[in-house]
Design a protein around this ligand. Structure first.
Ligand code: ZN
Length: 157
């Protein structure tokens, strides 16, 4: 959930516009997906295709990968948040301990671009996307299913 590309602003006030990504954003998405282990990348690609093929879901928001591989140094910085640095706790993993820290990565984080260009971490949208991810590959685990520290945007294998 953290670093985001600049969201693409919706065009000319169409109220039911399908959220679109720019060419640059699509390249960023492809690069992030390319960091994932094949099983996770395939599950995401299938879930995304199903989402975009659904007439209701595609209007609700466009799934994006906000982060896939994360360096151990960056993981350590995130670990400080809510501890030695301000902000809420976002992880219980130190550098090297997270499934984001291997390359290829065994984890990716998801959000949604809405029609107005805003980025959303809606629990409802994430739970719907999680269903598609788990249907694509039963090995996928969703952070929203974890009993203690729920990590709604997080998917891993
Ligand atoms: Zn994650």
């Amino acid at each position: 959930m953290l670093e985001l590309m600049a969201p693409n602003k919706a065009k000319s006030g169409a109220t039911r516009a399908v959220p679109q990504l720019s060419g640059v954003q699509l390249k960023v998405q492809a690069a992030r997906l390319g960091q994932a282990v094949p099983s996770l990348a395939a599950a995401y690609a299938q879930a995304l295709a199903r989402w975009l093929g659904d007439p209701v879901l595609r209007l609700a928001g466009r799934p994006i990968i906000t982060e896939c591989y994360r360096s151990p140094e960056r993981q350590d910085e995130l670990y400080k948040q809510g501890r030695s640095k301000p902000g809420p706790v976002v992880t219980y993993k130190r550098g090297g301990e997270s499934k984001h820290n291997t390359l290829p990565s065994k984890a990716l984080d998801v959000a949604f671009i809405l029609a107005d260009g805003e980025v959303s971490w809606s629990g409802l949208l994430l739970s719907k996307f999680a269903r598609l991810m788990k249907a694509a590959d039963a090995r996928v685990r969703w952070g929203g299913d974890w009993p203690k520290f729920k990590d709604w945007p997080h998917f891993e294998v």
